[in-house]
Design a binder for this molecule. Sequence first.
Ligand SMILES: *Cc1c(COP(=O)(O)O)cnc(C)c1O
Length: 348
Amino acid sequence: MTDIPPAPLALHLDSAALKANWQWLAAQSGAAACGAAIKANGYGLGAVAVMAHLQAAGCRDFFVATWAEAAELLPHLGEASLSVLHGVRADDMAFALSTPFRPVLNSPEQVARWKAANGGPCDVMIDTGMNRLGIDPNYVNAALFEGLTIETVLSHFACADEDHALNGIQLNAFRQLSAGVPARRRSLSNSAGILLGADGHFDLTRPGLALYGGLPRAEAAGHITQVVRPRAQVLQRRTVRAGESVGYGATYVAEREREAAVLNLGYADGYLRGFSGTGVALLDGTRLPVLGRISMDLTAVDVSDAPWIAEGDWVEIDFDLLSAAAQSGLSQYELLTGLGRRYERRWV
Ligand SMILES: *Cc1c(COP(=O)(O)O)cnc(C)c1O
């Protein structure tokens, strides 16, 4: 068999922007070390590459959700540390004990499991009001942690992207509860939490979204740079005559003759149906609005003002995360983590 042809859709990923975003977040973290959340395949960008670029920038503390995510990173760990946020189920124990990774123990049951196995260094998550993962404050006591080697005690903000009363409540709860946990370091803040102020920085911060170009709070505007630029190839150019429709459901009807380009990109690539009639492609500053519904593998855009665009040309998709979120009704997190497997991921 000859070589597989190049993919007709690509993610241009800006390693300098990724590093600069981490450096800015590290500076905002003050004296605290700045880690990185690289779960969900590095928020869709590719966890192996993200970890390598951030290690080159100086990051040494990484977080994933599951052991399968951690396993992929084992050959690339180097001198860094990696924590598995979902802790250890019984099924995880044999693998967890065979790796240098730390589980983040989230419940008395997980603590008991790790102690019984004589596990090595671990992290501990305590719940301070989110009621998601983490040890219930009622169970946080010295006896629970006896015999554990705890590297980091963590908690997680529920509303750090807003000015919400829970932020202060969680900060105070973390201060008090973490004092009773014999850990070497304390860690509370995600991207948005870093921007809430120095009180929440403690010893280690854990940004995710903002590394990848997301704006968790207004304070980040002008400091965080776009990292991800999806591009798709034109498969076909066609004339849509007045009164004709485009795509499933015939939701777009041309009032007058239009020119359409059909792109190799669809909702199976994470360009979800929320972009139907609202998304925008870009070519040399010309804005090309999406016509009608997004299909699974295809999207039509209006190229009436761009007579030079032809089959084989590449266009960029407007993926500035704030404007793409407004276009689609999706969160910045959903936009990134939904980016599918069919893109060629090209780091520049
Ligand atoms: C995902 C996650 C982060 C990163 O959050 P962002 O909002 O993306 O910065 C930090 N800590 C924990 C526990 C997480 O689950």
